[in-house]
Design a protein around this ligand. Structure first.
Ligand code: NAD
Length: 356
């Protein structure tokens, strides 16, 4: 089979970690008899330097006409002085909107081999941890009506949290479909004791749950959920929540794993289309030094194979290769704290590709 992937290497360590990921994908293609075709496109600082804009229309068109998008990271000090609208990071909002990416999936896994990296006590994460946060990405308070007005207490500002039934329904379906492929448990997080929009959220999620009799649904208030994530994170399988609550909880969940260089993510649209990228940024402090950990991006490619292309064995082959790499004792600098004892970005890519 042929698969067309738009590739945005981006800035800083982006091109370095993407290069190793393509190496691994090519190995998967050889082994399983697929052809992955890459079209490299510009976004972020690299696009500003080349074209004067952070998200050229050609990039959007090529992404739209591809089966999936793989992104490294964008941004860096070189462009920090630009006004907000022109900064490299604007490309991310623009591309999410242009591609209709409404579901953000962030797995938070603690690898047995890296349990020491977690800030939680060993007994809390013993036996591994595997959570996916499904965050609604294009609605809620970040996109609601906003403005200023005068009040008896002086000038005020407001942002409106608003969700339609349709928006909740489609994100809930993503979460339940995901749970069916995993531990068959969904925890919906809201603030239904206070917010009207949360009461609608809770009602619609329950309606969707009726179509998934094999999946258990729990509801938690967001304050309790943030507490439970550090108290007993193993109770969670799939967490589904709104844009703002998801923004906060997915960062909390990712920190439990202790290693930002390991965390992949996916942003999905209707019809299996998705953009896949590491959770980390462009890490300008280590760009060009060979210290970047490529695993977050490599695991993002595994998510692409699983969620967009439906290639389950191929996705598992990448995840197993990463496990073997770690089991064999190899570490990039971020994981071992000593650059001299670590393997470089390129060496890590070679070793992981060799395990496919
Ligand atoms: P960052 O994630 O780039 O770096 C934070 C720290 O983690 C740094 O010390 C960095 O060296 C380290 N780190 C990150 N990824 C690593 C990896 N793969 N291997 C080893 N170490 C790694 O966050 P930041 O420093 O806040 O941001 C740097 C730039 O990236 C900024 O311009 C920011 O706007 C941008 N950014 C982009 C994205 C994105 O493209 N999706 C996301 C976050 C930040």
């Amino acid at each position: 089979m042929n698969y067309n992937i738009a590739v945005i290497p981006g800035d800083g360590i982006g091109p370095e970690v993407v290069a190793e990921t393509l190496k691994v994908l090519d190995k998967v293609g050889d082994k399983f008899n697929h052809k992955f075709n890459y079209t490299q496109v510009l976004a972020g600082g690299a696009a500003i330097d080349e074209t004067g804009e952070c998200l050229p229309s050609e990039t959007v068109n090529i992404c739209k006409n591809s089966d999936a998008v793989l992104l490294g990271a964008v941004g860096g000090p070189k462009w920090d002085a630009l006004p907000g609208e022109q900064r490299p990071e604007r490309a991310l909002l623009g591309i999410r909107k242009a591609l209709g990416l409404y579901a953000n999936l962030r797995p938070a896994m603690v690898f047995d081999e890296l349990a020491d990296a977690s800030p939680l006590k060993p007994e809390i994460i013993a036996g591994g941890l595997d959570i996916v946060v499904v965050r609604e990405l294009t609605g809620g308070i970040y996109f609601g009506e906003k403005g200023h007005k005068d009040t008896p207490m002086g000038p005020a500002a407001y942002d409106v949290e608003e969700y339609s039934e349709g928006e909740v329904k489609r994100i809930a379906k993503v979460a339940f479909d995901m749970a069916m492929k995993r531990g068959k448990k969904v925890t919906s997080v809201d603030k239904a004791n206070v917010l009207e929009s949360s009461r609608l959220w809770r009602r619609v999620v329950a309606e969707v749950a009726a179509d998934y009799p094999d999946v258990t649904l729990d509801n938690l208030y967001v304050d309790n959920a943030s507490m439970q994530l550090v108290r007993n994170p193993k109770q969670f399988d799939v967490i589904v929540t709104s844009n703002m609550f998801g923004d906060i909880l997915s960062d909390e969940a990712s920190q439990i794993t202790g290693s930002i260089g390991m965390l992949p993510s996916a942003s999905l649209a209707d019809g299996n289309f998705g953009m896949y990228e590491p959770v980390h940024g462009s890490a300008p402090d280590i760009a060009g030094t060979g210290q970047a950990n490529p695993i977050a991006t490599i695991l993002s490619a595994a998510m692409m194979l699983r969620y967009t292309f439906g290639l389950m064995d191929e996705a598992a082959s990448i995840e197993n290769a990463v496990h073997k790499f770690l089991k064999n004792g190899y570490r990039t600098a971020d994981l071992c704290g000593d650059a001299k004892e670590s393997v470089t970005t390129i060496k890590a890519g070679d070793l992981i590709a060799a395990e496919i």
